[in-house]
Design a protein around this ligand. Structure first.
Ligand code: GLN
Length: 528
């Protein structure tokens, strides 16, 4: 990185996890992007999975799929939504991936004669992945998962230490720390933040900026304390106080001149952009009238983060329609009676894997179809919509090969080339084109006849059933132009009943909502 112009902002976290570092990092990144800089982002995760693709969504939340087919940490989803920019699979690095690369290199003789060690070999590998992500960009934001002090994150922090020392003018470290409010003494306590900075200092790392997470606003007293004990200037103590919507955070960072402070360090010139689009969108969020009540029916409802992109996409759709969205995660396993869905203006049946919750999902689909409730099916939700239609409208005892492998009526089946012997990264992953038939609901929704949406699944709709379903009115309105695979189905008997083999939630951004969610909310609002 000799004499490089590229800048790197590192973001670490202290005291506890779930601080919302990803949101803080992407909020600041958005400010830079709006001011004319080319921004890239990356998440370093300390776990040993090579990628999060094989993890259950109730472990670490949803698996976010990038356009180029990477199965990444859900923070990459936050980055894309805040930035309004697609990121690649290189935006997600795990310790598993780092070790796997180093060990493969060792086996192929790449370190011949050497003892392979955490320092320098693991740290060099991390460094090279970080440097690679700076190429072609002005500023790269690198968030380190976990909390400072964890054994697992040490190699990342050591890499950061080296880069901060080698390139002091081109690197910057933001440390996020929790500042708890003690009700009994009516005080914000800065001691945990001080301790987490001590941990960093012990590793040879001095933060340039502290971003506090606190329930109530910091006073001058706490700012002074944090500045003094955490070794930063007072103007570099920034707060991310609790706000009603995370989408306020970019502007909250703006008010505190975070972009200017960092740009000054880098000697970067920022355009005087007023962030109109961001302001307008956040303004709409707070001046919306009325509310739509949307159910997301899924099997991983015990963790909100398992459907974070779907929930956020509904919110984006609501902002576009000038309404508020109340989003409920409805457990498919506990869905046994249609009455449980009566209160909803719109229903989404989400993607998923395996047997559990299938009956509840089918119940939700049938209910939406028979009662003209605006409906959006996502991936498994689309597959099950064809099963509901085949069984309950066409009288075919259709089934899903994933659930009933030897079914005689495999309406959803494996196509050639799908390999079940290796479950990591072997699905149909990433962005594929979808050709849309003119005059259909899908055409109305997208306003285009060719779109791209992201996939993550193994099974496909079986073309042998097209005629039977079409004869009863189901419309196959989108297909992949290269393979002919079914992408979108819709039921014109209803006002809004549409389902895609893809995950439209993955492309929805705060300021560029996905059209399917905009339309779902539009119809939900109209049907109230
Ligand atoms: N389990 C289904 C498949 O593999 C659906 C996957 C999903 O909903 N993402 O095809």
């Amino acid at each position: 990185m000799e004499n490089r112009a590229e800048k790197i902002v590192f973001v670490t976290g202290g005291v506890l996890s779930s601080l919302g570092k990803g949101i803080i990092a992407s909020s600041i990144a958005r400010l830079f992007k709006d001011q004319g800089l080319k921004v890239n982002m990356m998440k370093c995760d300390p776990y040993l999975n090579v990628d999060p693709g094989t993890m259950s969504p109730i472990e670490h939340g949803e698996v976010f799929v990038t356009y180029d087919g990477g199965e990444t940490d859900l923070d990459v989803g936050h980055y894309e939504r805040f930035l309004g920019q697609n990121l690649s699979k290189k935006s997600s690095l795990t310790t598993g991936r780092v070790y796997s690369n180093v060990l493969n290199r060792e086996r192929s003789g790449g370190y011949l004669g050497k003892t392979v060690q955490v320092i320098p070999h693991i740290t060099d590998e991390i460094k090279s992945k970080i440097i690679e992500n700076t190429r072609g960009y002005d500023v790269l934001f690198v968030e380190v998962g976990g909390t400072v002090g964890d054994i697992e994150s040490l190699p990342y922090l050591e890499t950061i230490r080296q880069l901060l020392t080698e390139y002091p003018e081109n690197t910057y470290l933001i440390h996020g720390a929790y500042v708890p409010y003690l009700k009994a003494s009516k005080e914000l306590k800065t001691k945990p933040a001080q301790h987490s900075v001590k941990e960093l200092l012990g590793l040879g790392i001095r933060p340039d900026m502290i971003v506090t997470r606190n329930e109530i606003a910091l006073t001058d007293k706490e700012r002074n304390k944090i500045a003094m004990f955490c070794n930063v200037q007072k103007e570099n103590v920034i707060e991310s106080v609790d706000v009603p919507s995370v989408y306020q955070i970019p502007l909250l960072m703006k008010e505190q001149d975070v972009d200017k402070i960092i740009a000054r360090h880098f000697k970067l010139v920022l355009q005087e952009n007023e962030h109109e689009k961001l302001r307008e969108t956040v303004d709409k969020l707070f001046h919306s009238e009325g509310e739509v009540n949307i159910a997301i029916v899924g099997k991983y409802t015990s963790l909100d983060d398992a459907y974070i992109s779907v929930t956020e996409a509904v919110k984006h759709g609501a902002i576009a329609n000038g309404v508020k969205a109340k989003v409920d995660l409805v457990s498919a396993q506990e869905l046994t009676d249609e009455a449980q869905l009566k209160e909803y203006d719109g229903i989404i049946v989400a993607g998923g894997f395996g047997e559990s919750g299938i009956a509840g999902k089918l119940l939700a689909i049938k209910y939406a179809r028979e009662n003209n409730v605006p409906f959006l099916g996502i991936c498994l939700g689309m597959q099950l919509s064809t099963i509901d239609f085949a069984r309950n409208v066409c009288g075919i005892a259709a089934d899903h090969q994933e659930l009933v492998p030897n079914t005689k009526e495999p309406i959803i089946h494996l196509i050639e080339g799908q390999d079940l012997s290796n479950l990591g990264g072997t699905q149909r992953l990433g962005a594929y084109e979808c050709q849309i038939t003119e005059g259909t609901l899908a055409h109305e929704v997208y306003g285009s006849t060719l779109v791209e949406e992201r996939h993550r699944h193994r099974y496909e709709f079986n073309d042998a059933y097209i005629e039977a379903l079409e004869a009863k009115g189901l419309v196959f309105s989108g297909r992949n132009p290269q393979t002919g695979l079914v992408e979108i189905i819709e039921n014109p008997a209803n006002d809004f009943f549409i389902a895609g083999q893809f995950h439209p939630e993955l492309t929805s951004k705060l300021t560029e909502p996905n059209p399917l969610f905009v339309s779902l909310v539009k119809y939900a609002k109209a049907g109230k």
